[in-house]
Design a protein around this ligand. Structure first.
Ligand SMILES: N[C@@H](CCC(=O)N[C@@H](CS)C(=O)NCC(=O)O)C(=O)O
Length: 211
């Protein structure tokens, strides 16, 4: 089994933290993202979505998308559970992980990818080229501020995003907060619940092992 990885990027980091939480070690294949190795015919043949991370099983099956990869490991190594244990917990993890990805990580990505010079024709991850749209960067910035205030509110009455237990939802939201530092839009001082949660998650050995 091999995990195709570029550890500096936010999305692969989500899987690397998840695996560290579970104590799972996997052989890694470094993919040179800045030089476009993920767009090469060889990589594309394995993963037509042309993104990273991607898990290749020993039988040749290739799994992309972090939810797919994490689901594989959750089913094959259930402890500690990172996607919830009961039907209700599992649903809450799905819900908050999706919100964290959509409203947090993708909001930052909209700012970053629609402004950074290196992404001139690569404003959207994937096999197709899209030009940058400055309005999307502006909107991404607004959406990020709402992500901060909405998640701050959730954490006013919950220890973690899905409830009283730590999960992939927290990993995705935490990585989104760190990714926002790339665009210099850190957690606002007024979001005290979110800040306290951030500091608590930052202490976890699995997070520290994947800076
Ligand atoms: N929806 C994907 C997101 C993966 C993703 O966006 N990965 C980025 C790295 S952070 C990537 O592959 N970028 C390739 C590119 O910029 O062309 C998932 O859940 O796995």
């Amino acid at each position: 089994m091999k995990l195709y990885d570029f550890p500096k990027a936010p999305n692969p980091r989500r899987v690397n933290i998840f695996l560290s939480e579970k104590g799972i070690e996997v052989d890694k294949v470094f993919v040179d993202l800045p030089n476009g190795e993920h767009l090469s015919p060889e990589y594309r043949a394995k993963n037509p979505a042309c993104d990273i991370p991607m898990l290749e099983l020993d039988n040749g099956t290739c799994i992309s998308q972090i939810r797919g990869i994490c689901r594989y490991f959750e089913e094959s190594s259930p402890n500690p559970p990172m996607l919830g244990s009961t039907p209700e917990e599992k649903a809450m993890v799905e819900m908050w992980e999706h919100l964290a990805f959509m409203n947090g990580l993708l909001a930052v990505a909209d700012v970053f990818r629609n402004t950074a010079e290196g992404f001139a024709d690569r404003a959207v991850v994937g096999p197709h080229n899209y030009k940058q749209l400055p309005e999307l960067a502006e909107r991404g910035s607004q959406r990020l501020q709402h992500f901060y205030t909405d998640f701050d509110q959730r954490l006013a009455t919950n220890d973690y995003l899905a409830g009283g237990f730590y999960s992939l939802a927290d990993i995705t939201a935490f990585v989104a907060c760190d990714f926002a530092k790339w665009i210099k839009e850190d957690i606002p001082a007024s979001c005290t619940n979110l800040q306290a949660w951030y500091e608590k998650v930052a202490q976890r050995p699995a997070v520290q092992a994947n800076p």
